[in-house]
Design a protein around this ligand. Structure first.
Ligand code: PNS
Length: 159
């Protein structure tokens, strides 16, 4: 079975992330979305919430499984029989960091990384920008999946 992982913080999931996962699901037998459990960084959404959102937005795909991980991505890959990571590349500014991670993951465990060019409709999107816009009352509909729009509204009203 050709299985790949799409890892990330996904705080929150954007339409750019969803586009990559959706395209990867058409290319591979199984796509595992791996949500990072980051205990050192304060996130707007808990890992349970981020997993729940992914499950909701990928429920119709059939070959997308959502999981969580902490520690090294290569260890998650080994535990799940995965040797390929799929990452979206938005712009040249992403390249340096992504290349470094890809080379390190290959050096650590021969885990390959395949880069998918982001849909130009979403190339300017980032989770941190979405949070900032939503926090100041801007409209993020069309940039993130609908469940994220409503959860952002609720969460930011609580702050
Ligand atoms: O969405 P992000 O925050 O850009 O995703 C980054 C992520 C989660 C893919 C990366 O930080 C990661 O793999 N973290 C796990 C720790 C690890 O394996 N570090 C070494 C990779 S070089």
């Amino acid at each position: 079975m050709r299985r790949v992982v799409c890892p990330g913080s996904f705080d929150p999931v954007t339409n750019g992330h969803l586009d990559i996962v959706s395209r990867a699901s058409g290319l591979y037998d199984e796509v595992v979305v791996a949500v990072l459990i980051n205990i050192t960084k304060k996130t707007l959404f808990t890992v349970d919430e981020r997993v729940e959102i992914w499950e909701e937005v990928t429920k119709d795909y059939g070959n997308v499984r959502v999981d969580r991980f902490h520690g090294l991505l290569v260890d998650f890959c080994a535990a799940n029989g995965i040797n390929t990571v799929v990452r979206g590349l938005r712009a040249v500014s992403d390249f340096e960091y992504e290349m470094q991670m890809a080379q390190m993951n290959y050096r650590l465990a021969k885990v390959e990384t395949l880069f998918m060019s982001t849909n130009p409709l979403y190339s300017f999107l980032s989770s941190s920008m979405i949070k900032e816009i939503a926090r100041y009352g801007g409209d993020v509909s069309g940039l993130v999946p609908e469940p994220v729009v409503s959860r952002l509204r609720t969460r930011l009203a609580e702050e």
